[in-house]
Design a binder for this molecule. Structure first.
Ligand code: DON
Length: 306
């Protein structure tokens, strides 16, 4: 495995087109696009890495996997009253489907869906309290107490978050919100701004590769049935309108973030985190996707066969 990740990192280093760093959140535009990291966490607890695997990056939409997991724990099946579970075929920040579908987002991974999930998990608490709970959950999954929110990124998102604010107010106009829109948005912006490295992220995803059980901490995080369902949502919706292309090229459940990270799950085999800040036109990491494509070619780990 070490040889495989080293080979992938050296191939990625030689690529000239590394994609374009997100700039609609100004703080993300400051990141050096030449960076690449990969970590592969195996169910026996070992982690193999190459590239800058201890460099922190903004996990952005990958955090939506963790808030969905928390929401399922708190609300169970009632989560599906708030969001659907169908691919959207639209960009992550699209508003068009919301009107036709009466303010109920297609799935928990488009921005509108993750904002609805943030509302659902606040449950009358202060945003600070729920953020502490989200952060504690991520630290527990990664078995690393050092994980924190990057306040500069959160502030940057807040200052430029007109589109997300529009989505939130539009949903609230259908009477669907239980909390003030500002509290929901504050929670959402801050959980997107959690900073992690690929070692922490691959470890945090391990429960999804291991039937809901985290082999490093020894704790069961979710039932095997729930892990299977979260993986299926990642496969169908984790890359927005690029989900079909990601399934075609990589063939694994995956969740991307505009910080350039991707968490991919090879059920029963591994949890993989890649990071390279340059994005493709849809907003998913360009080299990250190429690296995962190479990894599944080398390992035969695609869920669709070798
Ligand atoms: O709300 C946003 O636009 C960002 N905080 C998250 C979007 C994102 O990561 C889309 N993923 N590729």
């Amino acid at each position: 495995m070490q040889k495989i990740v080293d080979e992938i990192a050296s191939q990625m280093a030689s690529k000239t087109d590394k994609g374009i760093v997100a700039s609609y959140i100004p703080q993300l535009a400051c990141v050096d696009p030449k960076q690449f990291a990969i970590s592969v966490a195996l169910p026996d607890g070992s982690v193999y890495s190459a590239g800058c695997a201890s460099t922190l990056f903004s996990i952005q939409s990958i955090s939506k996997v963790f808030t969905l997991t928390l929401a399922l724990g708190k609300l169970g099946e009632r989560v599906w009253n708030r969001v659907g579970r169908e691919p959207s075929g639209d960009p992550f920040n699209s508003i068009v489907q919301l009107e036709h579908e009466h303010g109920k987002p297609r799935n928990p991974f488009v921005n509108a869906g993750a904002i609805a999930i943030a509302d659902a998990i606040i449950q009358g608490h202060q945003p600070k309290e729920i953020l502490a709970e989200i952060l504690q959950f991520v630290r527990y999954l990664a078995d690393d107490e050092s994980i924190a929110i990057d306040e500069k990124v959160a502030r940057s998102e807040e200052l430029t978050g007109d589109r997300n604010a529009s989505l939130a107010h539009f949903m609230a106009s259908f009477g669907l919100f239980q909390n003030p829109v500002d509290a929901v948005l504050g929670t959402y912006f801050h959980h997107c701004s959690i900073a992690m490295n690929t070692i922490q992220l691959a470890t945090a995803g391990l429960f999804l590769a291991n039937n809901g059980h985290n082999p490093i901490t020894g704790y069961r995080v979710v039932s095997s049935d729930r892990a299977k369902r979260i993986n299926s949502l990642m496969l169908m919706c984790g890359h927005y309108d690029g989900s079909g292309e990601f399934a075609f090229r990589v063939g694994l459940p995956g969740k991307s973030g505009v910080g350039g990270g991707i968490l991919a799950i090879a059920p029963g085999k591994a949890s993989i985190a890649v990071w390279s800040p340059g994005l493709d036109t849809i907003g998913n990491s360009k080299l990250g996707t190429q690296a995962l494509e190479l990894l599944t070619q080398k390992t035969g780990w695609s869920v669709f066969g070798q």
